[in-house]
Design a binder for this molecule. Structure first.
Ligand code: M7G
Length: 338
């Protein structure tokens, strides 16, 4: 099967007005999280008509260079203060230049709500899988990963691979069942400007869940994603490889192997879980079992299994839900100890 590429004239999609607006029937319950720096807010509520839980994410997007002259010429300015050479204003831009990116998850399960809820974060060092398991559970176990690879949670991934959703957003596809992948914009990116460019490459293989599964057997897959992914982004958006970050998360939210392609200029969330694709390739070239054997540090949210304790000490053995194996968690620190 041949590779496919969706050519677009620019990086923007023209959106149609949505006739079905879940937010107009949205009953506010609580704020899950908000961040002044990222200019977003995560809200939990109910869609009244359907009596379903929903999460709505509102986010102010960056100011686009191509709209600057229109903003400056056709907006109204309200003076706030003036002092010497300094003055601040409230600029009231025309409505079409003042959009708020809105993501709706509906119906939202408890797991969706928890994913977006602000929680205390712990850094966990997970030892390699070669350590012989000791069956012992010494404290509350409720790890999100038990369900992280179940089909309802990654249905959206299967929809993309099976062309049931986001078909017109696919930027590039290599259909090879072993080394192929689908490249498309991450739903965090509104595609209006390149400063926050964010795409994901989802592999066709369904047997590789995360970084932990990778061995040298997967090198052709990884090198294919590396070279074809960066080529496609250069062709489509004109962003050269030296301006791109390519990485995967460990642990990921969704246990189906996927890679993140972000603009180097973008302060993408999740850096503390990121493993650069080029490092992963080199590590596997040097040692096929690298990611089976080595310890991996990642942030874990309090609700994902470690409620309560601030520091749990050394060498606890846990059942960890990733693939229902035992692992040895060596150290736990609260994030603010660093
Ligand atoms: P991850 O490393 O599994 O999780 O990456 P995390 O980054 O959320 O911790 C999954 C990526 O897929 C994230 O960057 C999400 O923003 C993105 N994503 C999630 N969903 C549900 C969708 C979707 O429906 N469509 C697209 N295009 N991207 C999604």
């Amino acid at each position: 099967m041949a590779e496919t590429e969706n050519k677009k004239d620019d990086c923007g999609d023209t959106g149609e007005l949505s006739s079905d607006s879940p937010v107009s029937y949205f009953e506010f319950t609580r704020i899950l999280r908000d961040c002044a720096r990222e200019k977003n807010i995560f809200i939990h509520g109910k869609v009244r008509e359907k009596d379903q839980d929903a999460v709505v994410i509102l986010e102010k997007t960056p100011v686009r260079q191509d709209t600057l002259s229109e903003i400056l010429m056709s907006s109204q300015l309200k003076l706030e203060m003036k002092n010497d050479v300094y003055s601040t204003y409230q600029l009231q831009a025309p409505a079409h230049l003042n959009e708020i990116k809105t993501t709706v998850v509906c119906p939202a399960t408890e797991k969706h709500v928890k994913k977006d809820l602000h929680q205390e974060v712990f850094l966990v060092e997970e030892s390699g899988l070669s350590i012989v398991p000791v069956p012992c559970v010494s404290f509350s176990y409720e790890v999100h990963n038990c369900t992280a690879h179940l089909s309802f949670w990654i249905q959206w991934v299967h929809n993309i691979l099976e062309k049931k959703a986001e078909v017109d957003r696919i930027v590039f596809e290599n259909p090879d069942p072993d080394t192929g992948f689908v490249l498309l914009p991450d739903f965090k990116w509104d595609q209006k400007q390149l400063q926050d460019l964010y795409l994901i490459a989802i592999v066709h293989r369904r047997d590789v869940k995360s970084l932990r599964d990778l061995t040298s057997e997967h090198l052709p897959l990884l090198t294919n994603i590396h070279s074809k992914g960066e080529d496609a982004i250069q062709r489509q958006y004109g962003v050269p490889p030296r301006k791109l970050c390519m990485y995967l998360h460990y642990q990921p939210s969704y246990y189906h192997l996927q890679f993140h392609f972000t603009s180097l200029e973008y302060d993408a969330p999740g850096v503390e879980s990121a493993h650069l694709l080029s490092d992963v390739i080199q590590n596997l070239q040097a040692d096929s079992s690298y990611y089976h054997n080595r310890s991996l540090v990642f942030p874990l949210r309090a609700d994902d299994g470690f409620q309560g304790s601030k520091r749990l000490g050394n060498s606890r053995d846990l059942i960890f839900g990733n693939f229902f194996y035992f692992i040895n968690v060596k150290y736990l620190y609260t994030a603010n100890q660093f």
